[in-house]
Every structure is written in structure tokens, then in C-alpha cells.
Write a protein that binds this ligand. Structure first.
Ligand code: HEM
Length: 134
């Protein structure tokens, strides 16, 4: 079987999600929109540091890497160990749900296929549940 996928018209079988959504810019914009919701959420905002910019860069780099883009996150931050990195933030069901709601809202505002949006949503929901530590 020919594994070359260049001339396939079937979007879901070509490229990674990173490539399908248009690369780095998509993740930077998604994170920007997500953080706008966080900034205005009185229950979630206090968990985040005063300066939100470094966190935005890290989250965008992480998602870029996770969905098949360059491995900038690991180069800069090492192994993700996400659950461990979140231990110092009190995350209960309420915080988890708020985080997911904001991320899904951000995702809904982006240009992305229904299939890819579903993939990302499912991933966010299960990963966010995994972060619950209180
Ligand atoms: C469940 C609710 C969640 C809450 C309340 C939460 C909260 C936070 C907070 C407060 C930070 C620190 C930000 C900073 O230092 O500027 C952070 C960092 C981060 N979060 Fe979350 N998070 C949640 C879920 C998730 C999920 C589901 C993912 C991935 C899919 C994720 C990925 C990250 C990454 C990559 C970082 C940066 C880690 C680093 O310092 O390298 N978080 N999160």
C-alpha cells in the first residue's frame, strides 16, 4: 500500500492536526482567546499569576507540540508532567468545568473543522479531568 499522502484529498488522513489547522498561528490565537475568558472569570483568575504572558507562551507551545508541531515545549520546559505541574493549583470539579467551558468557547470561535474540533474538545475534557487534585 502506498503510504504517500501528498495527493490525497481526504483531509483527515493527510498531515497532523497541527498542519490541518494552519500551524503555530492557530495555537497562539486559541490560547489568546482562552486567556481572555480566564481573565474575566472571577473563580479561575486567582489561580493564575499576575503576569499571564509566560503561561500563554507555554500553553501554546505545549498544544503545538501535542498536536504534531515542533517540540518547542519540551526543549524549553522539559517533560510536560502536566498533572504534577498543576498540583500547586487547587483544581476541583468547578475549576475543571470552568477551564473546559472557556477552552471550548475559544475553540468554537476558531476556524477549524468539526472533526478536528471534536478531537481537541475530547482531549481537553479528559486531560482537564485528569488535572483534578482537590
Ligand atoms: C483543569 C483545569 C486547569 C486549571 C485550573 C489550570 C491552571 C493552570 C495554571 C494556573 C497554570 C500556570 C500558568 C502560569 O504559570 O502562568 C497552568 C499552566 C499550564 N497548564 Fe493548566 N490548568 C488546567 C488544565 C489544563 C489542561 C487540560 C491542560 C492541557 C491540555 C493544561 C496545560 C497547561 C500547560 C502546558 C501549562 C504550562 C506548564 C508550564 O509551566 O510549562 N492545563 N495551568
Amino acid at each position: 500500500m502506498n503510504t504517500h499522502q501528498d495527493d490525497s484529498g481526504s483531509q483527515n488522513e493527510v498531515a497532523t492536526l497541527y498542519e490541518r489547522v494552519g500551524g503555530d498561528q492557530f495555537f497562539v490565537e486559541l490560547v489568546e482567546r482562552f486567556y481572555e475568558f480566564v481573565e474575566n472569570d472571577l473563580s479561575l483568575r486567582p489561580l493564575y499569576p499576575e503576569n499571564l504572558e509566560p503561561g500563554k507562551v507555554h500553553l501554546a507551545a505545549f498544544l503545538t507540540q501535542y498536536w504534531g508541531g515542533p517540540h518547542r515545549y519540551s526543549l524549553e520546559r522539559g517533560h510536560p508532567r502536566l498533572r504534577q505541574r498543576h498540583m500547586s493549583f487547587p483544581i476541583g470539579q468547578k475549576e475543571r468545568d470552568a477551564w473546559v467551558t472557556h477552552m471550548v468557547s475559544a475553540l468554537d470561535s476558531m476556524e477549524i473543522s468539526v472533526d478536528d474540533a471534536t478531537l481537541m474538545e475530547d482531549y481537553f475534557k479528559s486531560t482537564a479531568t485528569f488535572m483534578i487534585n482537590r
